[in-house]
Design a binder for this molecule. Structure first.
Ligand code: AMP
Ligand code: GLY
Length: 424
């Protein structure tokens, strides 16, 4: 199989590694990739659907794997299925309508309510009914959750402690376009108190395979304090996601989601990421994403012991029920190495040292580039993901932190408490 993977971050690095490890992969390209991914595939730079389409024709691509959500929400799946020359390429990722599960909070909340999928109570408002929005806020208790309807680069969710702040922000989002067009509609929802976890499936629309669950550490500071980030680390498996909990997740959330999409005549193929809140043992959906998670993928795919490309091929044939999934029983842990200052202002272009000293760990590049002398430089907020696999969480974390001690760059920052909350 000839494969093109779109994306350039840690999630795509994790996908690239398992794609490269498949016996079924012949030619493997990544657009745009990063220096770490060069080990696994040929990095190319393609811009826009047309260029991607022409490249797929020229290189006889069989499978297009879409890492991030934006091209899916923009309709890359539809672009491929509508072109005679591209329609036989298996696209891993849903079409534009289905991608609304992530692309529109209003769409996804309406979907969940119609199919009785547990989620927080909500209402959606526009600039024409701000007062009703304020009235609805008064029926809720603090903290107040306000969500921009559309994609807002992960920044569109506000959690506010006071009613007056919530009212002010509602106006900012609707009247002053705080998040641009993304906040032309705002979802206000009930606050759910619990512990979060991430669950993933790969589906062909009828069948699905359940990938390992993971826990993401979103806040920048130790003890889950400070600003939200793209994710500072991850763990898989998650101790509290036991058999009973996962059964509830499958019966109450995954199966009704797949059935609901079918009932709505929405064809879905690709990954679905269920962002869940465990509220006293019961799972609720916080959000859907139409892609894998980052940095969850780094841990999830470290435990993946079967052939991912075979899964993609079976997905294309709607025969995922024939797939033999193999998952390692070991624990994978991931710690992100970030640029000091992230998620606010930070510097780029710092030389990264020590990568050659790493042992018994996977170092996925997330935000790096190469200079003319082949030095690896920092090129983003989240720079590297260090992932280790061991018999238990403590051993995996020890390996991560031992290896991190060998890596350095100016103002490197990472959380030292990944997994600690789960060991109590
Ligand atoms: P989202 O982009 O929808 O995942 O929201 C970002 C983060 O906000 C989530 O990961 C949660 O930590 C938090 N969050 C979102 N919705 C709620 C809610 N209804 N109750 C509590 N926390 C929430
Ligand atoms: N780690 C959360 C996300 O990928 O959205």
């Amino acid at each position: 199989m000839n494969i093109l993977l779109l994306g350039s971050g840690g999630r795509e690095s994790a996908l690239a590694r398992v794609i490269a490890n498949s016996k079924r992969t012949e030619h493997f390209f990544i657009s745009s990739g990063n220096p770490g991914m060069e080990e696994w595939g040929k990095c190319v730079s393609l811009n826009g659907f047309e260029e991607i389409g022409s490249f797929c024709q020229k290189e006889k691509i069989d499978i297009l794997v879409v890492g991030p959500e934006q091209p899916l929400v923009d309709g890359i799946g539809d672009y491929f299925s509508e072109q005679e020359s591209l329609k036989n390429i298996i696209v891993v990722g849903p079409n534009k309508v289905a991608a609304q599960l992530e692309g529109s909070k209003d769409f996804s909340k309406d979907f969940m309510f119609r199919y009785n999928i547990p989620t927080a109570k909500y209402r959606t408002f526009t600039k024409d009914n701000i007062q009703e929005g304020k009235d609805f806020l008064r029926t809720l208790q603090a903290p107040y959750v306000l969500k921009a309807d559309g994609l807002a680069a992960g920044k569109g969710v506000l959690i506010l402690n006071s009613l007056s702040e919530a009212e002010e922000e509602l106006e900012n989002m609707l009247k002053n376009e705080k998040f641009g067009k993304a906040s032309a509609k705002v979802v206000i929802e009930e606050y759910l108190s619990g512990v979060e976890c991430s669950v993933f499936v790969l589906t062909d629309g009828d069948n699905y395979i359940l990938l390992p669950e993971a826990k993401d550490y979103k806040r920048v500071g130790e003890g889950d304090t400070g600003l939200n980030t793209g994710g500072m680390g991850s763990i898989s498996p998650v101790p509290f996601c036991d058999k009973t909990f996962m059964q509830k997740v499958e019966q109450r959330i995954i199966q009704p989601t797949i059935e609901g999409l079918k009932k709505d005549k929405i064809h879905y193929q690709g990954f679905i990421f269920f962002g869940l809140m465990n509220v006293k043992g019961d799972p609720y959906v916080i959000e859907y994403n139409v892609r894998m998670g980052d940095p969850e993928s780094e841990s999830v795919f470290a435990r993946f012991d079967s052939d991912i490309v075979e899964a993609f091929e079976l997905m294309g044939k709607k025969e995922l029920d024939k797939y033999q999934l193999k998952i390692s029983e070991k624990t994978a842990t991931t710690v992100m190495l970030c640029s000091g200052g992230y998620p606010e202002n930070y510097e780029k272009g710092k030389i990264i040292n020590g990568l050659d000293k790493v042992q018994n760990a996977i170092v996925y590049h997330a935000g790096t580039k190469k200079d003319n002398e082949n030095n690896i430089l920092t090129n983003g907020g989240r720079v590297l993901a260090v992932t280790c696999l061991a018999d238990d969480m403590q051993q995996a974390l020890n390996l991560c932190y031992e290896n991190i001690n060998k890596i350095s760059f100016d103002k490197m920052y990472y959380r030292k408490d990944i997994g600690k909350d789960l060991m109590k």
